[in-house]
Design a protein around this ligand. Structure first.
Ligand SMILES: *[C@@H]1O[C@H](CO)[C@@H](O)[C@H](O)[C@H]1NC(C)=O
Ligand SMILES: *[C@@H]1O[C@H](CO)[C@@H](O)[C@H](O)[C@H]1NC(C)=O
Ligand SMILES: *[C@@H]1O[C@H](CO)[C@@H](O)[C@H](O)[C@H]1NC(C)=O
Ligand SMILES: *[C@@H]1O[C@H](CO)[C@@H](O)[C@H](O)[C@H]1NC(C)=O
Ligand SMILES: *[C@@H]1O[C@H](CO)[C@@H](O)[C@H](O)[C@H]1NC(C)=O
Ligand SMILES: *[C@@H]1O[C@H](CO)[C@@H](O)[C@H](O)[C@H]1NC(C)=O
Ligand SMILES: *[C@@H]1O[C@H](CO)[C@@H](O)[C@H](O)[C@H]1NC(C)=O
Ligand SMILES: *[C@@H]1O[C@H](CO)[C@@H](O)[C@H](O)[C@H]1NC(C)=O
Length: 312
């Protein structure tokens, strides 16, 4: 009778399949064991997770928070030891076989994510890079070293530097130049994922700005001075300049025709001209003996009329 009972129990335990597709996902020392959910006979199935150090024979319980979900969060200070993990499904008195995974060692198997919330602020020719640790608020945070990759817009080479701080100042950079940075965390020589590029542009320093302003002011002053000097020269040598710049006088053809007739060169025309202000008054006279063209410079309205009469 006892034998039959135990046989029934054995058969029923066989009924519940062991969890399948068991995996460990570890990122930034957050370790999660996952498996495919097991279909129970009736109602919900719960799971039981255990672990042991590879070198030990003793399995220990892993206290998972919600064990009716097919996943178990096991952040249990096991970064240095190599552990095996196993899980089984349970329903009432029914227990599945164990499914095992491992060995797993957090220190080497965890994926270190990139630093996040990366800011690059610019002030004159200094850029400040700041970011947050992927292991923020964990005991491993202080062990991280950051590798910073840096290049400028000329793409001439990639400079790498290391720091233990989550902020770094880059001083004396080229002015008005775009710089880009990528950051990567490193935990005990194991490099993490690299961040995307974050860029910002340096601006000109006060000193350069002052030099520019001084240069512009200098050019402006020089221009003003040169213009003033030019005006002085023009004023002083006004007549000479005018003489050279004045286009050669040509008598309009209809006037020339009139000039053939001495009678037509009327005083009227001349007086008419004299009423206005002229820089140059040309007195053209056509004598019977020979044709002469005389340019006379007159200042203002004062025209030597007697001269004109004489030629008539
Ligand atoms: C295990 O995973 C594979 C692929 O992801 C899937 O096809 C299969 O159904 C899974 N097994 C179980 C028992 O869920
Ligand atoms: C399955 O569940 C139903 C109701 O939830 C219950 O009446 C039945 O006894 C259960 N069967 C087993 C085998 O647990
Ligand atoms: C498991 O965790 C729960 C709540 O977090 C706690 O009440 C319980 O005592 C823990 N069990 C073990 C064996 O650590
Ligand atoms: C526990 O798991 C069940 C089933 O997956 C879910 O409905 C419930 O919200 C979970 N509880 C917590 C605290 O995660
Ligand atoms: C459970 O484990 C035993 C012994 O390793 C094996 O004989 C049996 O087939 C397993 N059952 C299932 C459902 O995998
Ligand atoms: C560049 O730096 C300036 C000044 O610090 C800041 O206001 C701006 O948001 C930064 N730009 C980017 C893309 O980070
Ligand atoms: C980045 O800039 C944002 C917005 O200014 C700020 O909230 C955040 O604290 C900054 N992050 C770091 C690491 O300085
Ligand atoms: C180096 O510079 C190039 C651009 O020239 C960039 O794409 C790359 O991500 C940089 N970083 C590393 C680590 O090579």
């Amino acid at each position: 009778m006892k034998c039959i009972l135990s046989l029934i129990l054995l058969e029923s335990s066989v009924f519940l399949p062991a969890p399948q597709n068991i995996t460990i996902e570890s990122r930034n020392f957050v370790n999660v064991l996952r498996w495919s959910p097991v279909k129970g006979v009736n109602g919900t199935v719960s799971y039981h997770v255990e672990q042991r150090v590879v070198s030990s024979e003793h399995w220990e319980e892993v206290n998972c928070t919600n064990i009716s979900k097919p996943e178990c969060n096991f952040d249990h200070g096991m970064e240095v030891s190599r552990n095996l993990l196993r899980v089984r499904a349970e329903q009432g008195g029914l227990k599945s076989n164990w499914s095992q995974v491992g060995p797993f060692q957090a220190k080497t198997d965890t994926i270190l994510g990139p630093p996040w919330e990366i800011n690059v602020t610019s002030e004159a020719n200094t850029l400040t890079l700041s970011f947050r640790s992927p292991l923020e608020h964990t005991k491993y945070d202080s062990d991280l070293v950051y590798i910073i990759h840096q290049w400028d817009e000329s793409l001439s080479g990639n400079i790498s530097s290391e720091t233990k701080n989550t902020a770094k100042k880059f001083k004396n950079l080229k002015e008005a130049t775009q710089y880009c940075f990528q950051v990567q965390a490193m935990f005990e020589n194991i490099k993490g994922e690299i961040s995307g590029p974050h860029c910002n542009k340096t601006t000109t320093t006060e000193r350069t700005r002052n030099i520019y302003i001084a240069a512009i002011f200098g050019v402006l002053m020089f221009t003003i001075l040169a213009t003033f000097l030019c005006l002085c020269v023009i004023r002083k040598y006004k007549s000479t300049i005018k003489y050279f710049w004045q286009p050669r006088l040509r008598i309009p053809s209809h006037y020339e025709e009139d000039l053939q007739n001495a009678q037509v060169v009327a005083e009227y025309t001349f007086w008419n001209c004299a009423e206005e202000h002229w820089d140059i008054v040309s007195v053209i006279s056509n004598t019977s003996q020979n044709q002469t063209l005389r340019d006379s410079f007159a200042s203002g309205n004062q025209v030597d009329v007697s001269n004109l009469n004489e030629h008539r």
